[in-house]
Design a protein around this ligand. Sequence first.
Ligand code: AMP
Length: 276
Amino acid sequence: MQRVITLPDLRSARLSFSGTVGLVPTMGYLHEGHLSLIRRAREECDHVFVSIFVNPTQFGPKEDFARYPRDLERDFRLIESFTDVVWTPSAEEMYPQGYQTWVEVEAMTKPLEGAMRPGHFRGVTTVVAKLFNAVQPHKAYFGQKDAQQAAVIRRMVRDLNFPLEIVVCPTTRELDGLAMSSRNVYLDSEQRKAATVLFRSLSAAKELYEAGERNAEKIRGKMRDVLAGEPLAEPQYVSCADYDTLEELDEIKGKALLSMAVFIGKTRLIDNFVLG
Ligand code: AMP
């Protein structure tokens, strides 16, 4: 595994490979969810690039950028046997003095995460566009865990004619259903137990849907009821939206996205299920 930091080094590493290249963009502190994306890239591409960059522009001023967990040496050990190149750019090189170009996807970034985290998706789409331009992969791998992010990036790729395929991989979970996340390390043992409430709430809603319920408000009500049963959980939003447009539904007709953001103490967790 080659470790590169600067853009010129990344470019010369990229030029040394012929064949297909898969890119897995991450913010590091890697877990089994990230590794499942890298494995999928390994299966489908001749060469695998992983980027590790805690992107400052996608964090709000009151968010956890400074304390976001970081451990590059551990990350390198986890991926070295099945990654060709790991790129850890610096913020100074990604956003040099005078930087003023942004990529913005419009309507789809307004609800859900976009409503709670103003500016978040502008940071995400901008950095991902820069990663794509630098690495020029044939395929790029994202997790269903961040459902809106995956949808927004697919939209950006179509709208801006990026010549690559986006592959969205299933959410990897702990045995008790908690979606794996670098942020789970913030949870103490009591909070860690309480955090299963997101999965329990989504599962209860899915059960209701499978029993034939199509009224979206009843589905949202079910998710809220389960969340209300966990004293440590403070829901921020609960949504039953159209899978493609992310607009809230009255009635579920086609594919729907159930999603939620919930604070457990100071830790903000998100999770989702797709119905239909
Ligand atoms: P992050 O490092 O949190 O920015 O995540 C990097 C990529 O890994 C994103 O595409 C995430 O959606 C994906 N990812 C994070 N957690 C999981 C998970 N539990 N299962 C599958 N993919 C994940």
